[in-house]
Write a protein that binds this ligand. Structure first.
Ligand SMILES: Nc1ncnc2c1ncn2[C@@H]1O[C@H](COP(=O)(O)OP(=O)(O)OP(=O)(O)O)[C@@H](O)[C@H]1O
Length: 301
């Protein structure tokens, strides 16, 4: 089964939030969705899950329109705002409610995980801590046995040990059930170790899809220069992320031969290429932009 997001556009309050976003997710993939604050990640999740409908475009499962086919709805699970979700119920009550709409709900796995993480009892969800709620949301999501699970910031605000549990649970479920997971997160270091590939959302559209190891177009260099001041082209063509004395670390997007020739020139005492991670790719893609919410409204134009 393939989830296909095709040319989705959406305006909220007359402001274009999502513009012609397209991508696909296959079975058993863990994909990260990354963008600046306000880029539209949550809006995109709400659209995919059918909570709000797009102005244009479609969400398909194989060749079928997910939004129009109620029979497909148990193939996708998403909890919008987990902090406000079913707060007056306990874990046993939530199980009964979700079971009613997800016919493949895995009761025994759910009970096992609830016991494993000691989330049982009469405690209502509103009495859970942030970490308990994160684990609980994940358990319900995977127990639904939906092919596609959308997770919005699943690691936000969790301590290192709970984060490890959450990551282990995600990998376990994907390995054992071939579930597909789309994770929106600001935590790029965590995404590097968890995801197969990462999608970058900018100006409401997917501008880049990459596997960190496979990204050829972005390079990071540490350089020592001979001139008095930092050579201007470094900050014009790249993003200087560290600069002490005559040594600078620079990330270049769209690295090309002209840049390679300049770096090999007499201006530099030494240059060394460094390995890149997804934070570097994020910086290279977004560093020269303002805030995502500065995009003009139609009315303001
Ligand atoms: N109901 C709404 N009505 C009007 N504008 C909205 C609404 N919901 C979101 N927006 C706007 O849409 C844009 C995208 O918001 P969204 O919450 O999807 O971004 P995000 O990428 O999830 O942000 P963050 O990383 O900060 O959580 C923002 O400019 C926001 O102000």
């Amino acid at each position: 089964m393939t989830l296909t997001i095709a040319n989705i556009s959406k305006k909220l309050n007359k402001k274009p939030v999502i513009e012609n976003a397209s991508f696909q997710i296959n079975e058993g993939e863990i994909v990260g969705l990354v963008g600046r604050n306000g880029a539209g990640k949550t809006t995109l999740f709400r659209i995919i899950s059918g909570e709000i409908l797009p102005d244009f475009g479609s969400v398909g499962l194989d060749d079928q329109d997910y939004h129009r086919m109620v029979a497909l709805h148990d193939q996708l699970f998403y909890v919008d705002m987990p902090n406000n979700w079913m707060t007056n119920f306990n874990s046993q009550q939530v199980k009964r409610i979700v079971q009613a709409s997800y016919e493949n709900f895995d009761t025994s796995w759910y009970d096992q995980q609830i016991t494993r993480f000691k989330l049982d009892g009469r405690q209502k969800l509103k009495q859970y801590s942030k970490g308990m709620r994160a684990l609980f949301t994940l358990i319900v999501s995977f127990a639904s046995n939906a092919q596609y699970v959308l997770l919005d910031e699943p690691l936000d605000g969790l301590d290192v040990l709970v984060r490890d549990e959450v990551k282990r649970l995600i990998v376990e479920r994907v390995t054992n059930q071939n579930t597909s997971v789309l994770i929106a997160s600001h935590n790029l270091v965590e995404l590097d170790t968890l995801t197969d590939r990462i999608l970058l959302l900018k100006n409401g559209t997917i501008i880049r899809s990459f596997e960190v190891d496979g990204e050829q177009d972005i390079k990071k260099y540490q350089v020592a220069y001979r001139s008095e001041t930092l050579p201007a082209f470094l900050s014009e063509r790249g993003m200087v992320i560290a600069h002490t004395g005559h040594v600078a670390t620079v990330i270049f997007d769209h690295f090309d031969e002209a840049l390679a020739i300049k770096l090999a020139g007499p201006t530099f005492q030494f240059i060394e290429e460094l390995p890149i991670n997804s934070e570097d790719i994020f910086r290279a893609s977004f560093s020269k932009d303002g805030y995502a919410w500065e995009r003009e409204t139609e009315i303001g134009k």
